[in-house]
Design a protein around this ligand. Sequence first.
Ligand code: DX5
Ligand code: ZN
Length: 218
Amino acid sequence: MIKISPSILSADFARLGEEIQAIEKGGADYVHVDVMDGHFVPNITIGPLVVEAARRVTRLPLDVHLMIENPDLYIPEFARAGADIITVHQEAVPHLHRTVQLIRSLGKKAGVSINPATPVSTLEVILDEVDLVLIMSVNPGFGGQSFIPACLGKITALRREIERRGLNVELEVDGGVKTENIGEIAAAGADVFVAGSAVFGTADYGATIGRLRENASS
Ligand code: DX5
Ligand code: ZN
């Protein structure tokens, strides 16, 4: 099943509540929340306060992507704020198994993300312990960048490994996903698609989400 997770990074923050309700009405499956700390990535965005506010305006699962150092320090707060899926970066976490267990101990789904230059093999040991893997297809930090084609092979390899082990792990792709390339990314094996500028850069979010879903399924 295909899921679309619009990234609110490209939303109008002055009208964030309305923007989130518009994507829910438009058929989004998740709300993707990009948390950046100015250390792990060269940008600063939002924290638990905004997650808590988002929680009050939607019933959709909040798909919280932590692009931060020392995520263990903040995971309990994001969980309390109402995150449903909490994803950390493999590159930011020295004791990944411990961090994944921490997320699960709080009753949340645990995701692990890898940057474009990080090989899929770094997930070999943790794969059985996670609910979601997030393949970054741009270097994290900003919306509106172009999909890096070399990431397609990583998606294929990871899908093959998930199937081989018979796991129930979602394979999410984040960065540069558009109506024009989502078909190819889905064919490689992804099933959850983050789309920021592709959704919020259009006038009719519902139509765009519908088109993304259609192109991913065909
Ligand atoms: C990038 C973020 C993405 C970003 C995607 O660092 O993790 O979620 O908002 O934006 P688009 O879809 O515009 O590439
Ligand atoms: Zn993201």
